[in-house]
Ligand binder design. Structure first.
Ligand SMILES: Nc1ncnc2c1ncn2[C@@H]1O[C@H](COP(=O)(O)OP(=O)(O)OP(=O)(O)O)[C@@H](O)[C@H]1O
Length: 246
């Protein structure tokens, strides 16, 4: 089924295949603070989907709800048809959902090799083959690496665990354009070759629309509109003025 751009109707649009990650009617937040309200969203195998929206829209919260780090109070989040709710974050990671958070969550005093030993699975990706740039730095402590090398490691570490679903939060943050393009094209190749379902939050709209196949616009904790990136690009000035306050 091809998703169409529409005001959000409550039904879950999907990409070209059946959903690997399926978020339906999700309310979630922090203690008494309700952030997400009835969020519906899905990602299929081999597909990159962008979450767009203004500051405070609930994009990061959506990713955290998927990885079990924010409490879901209503609705469901399913991976390959099975609910992730009531599973701990590490049980969710074992179900092959990997999360690259905005702060990368690396250990500055550990080396690249030590990071990879902690998380690699036999059927995961070979990170040093994917990012040969890291090869000659493999015995360096992560604290001395450049921002780009750290982001390659953060992405590589998630891929080394052989995920079905990858959540990526603001991968381009603070990086040079050439490094950003390198990271996104690696991600695009892997999504297709490994049949990975990718949900990403990206503040740079041109990157989000360039590398994703579909996108959802979130504002005030609700999905306001969604569609293929071509459709969103065509409607972008209307979307900006309606939902992004620009
Ligand atoms: N730990 C927390 N406790 C309470 N409220 C929080 C917490 N983290 C985020 N929030 C609130 O939840 C709302 C959504 O935040 P979230 O980080 O998901 O937005 P976002 O769309 O990712 O924004 P940004 O682009 O600025 O990162 C905001 O109002 C934020 O202040």
């Amino acid at each position: 089924m091809t998703a169409t751009v529409s005001e959000h109707s409550g039904k879950t649009p999907t990409g070209s295949g059946s959903a690997v990650l399926d978020i339906s009617g999700v309310d979630a937040g922090y203690g008494p603070i309700r952030v997400l309200q009835g969020v519906d969203l899905s990602v299929s195998a081999g597909e990159i989907v962008s979450l767009l929206g203004p500051n405070g829209a609930g994009k990061t919260t959506t990713l955290l709800a998927c990885s079990g780090m924010v409490r879901v109070t209503s609705g469901d989040i399913r991976l390959d048809g099975r609910s992730l709710l009531r599973s701990s974050p590490h049980a969710i990671a074992r179900r092959r959902l990997a999360h690259v958070p905005e702060d990368r969550s690396l250990f500055p005093s550990l080396t690249i090799d030590e990071h990879l030993r902690l998380c690699a699975r036999p059927d995961g990706l070979d990170v040093l083959e994917l990012f040969p740039e890291l090869q000659k730095r493999r015995n360096k402590r992560v604290g001395v690496l450049s921002g780009g090398e750290q982001q390659m490691l953060a992405l590589g570490r998630a891929l080394a665990a052989g995920p079905r679903v990858l959540l990526v939060d603001e991968m381009s943050m603070g990086l040079a354009p050439v490094v950003v393009e390198r990271l996104f094209s690696a991600l695009q190749d892997i999504a297709v070759s490994a049949g990975l379902a990718v949900l990403m939050v990206e503040q740079h709209v041109h990157l989000a629309l360039k590398y994703a196949q579909r996108g959802y616009v979130l504002a005030g904790g609700r999905v306001r509109t969604h569609g293929t990136t071509e459709e969103l690009r065509e409607r972008w000035s209307e979307i900006e003025s309606s939902y992004l306050g620009r």
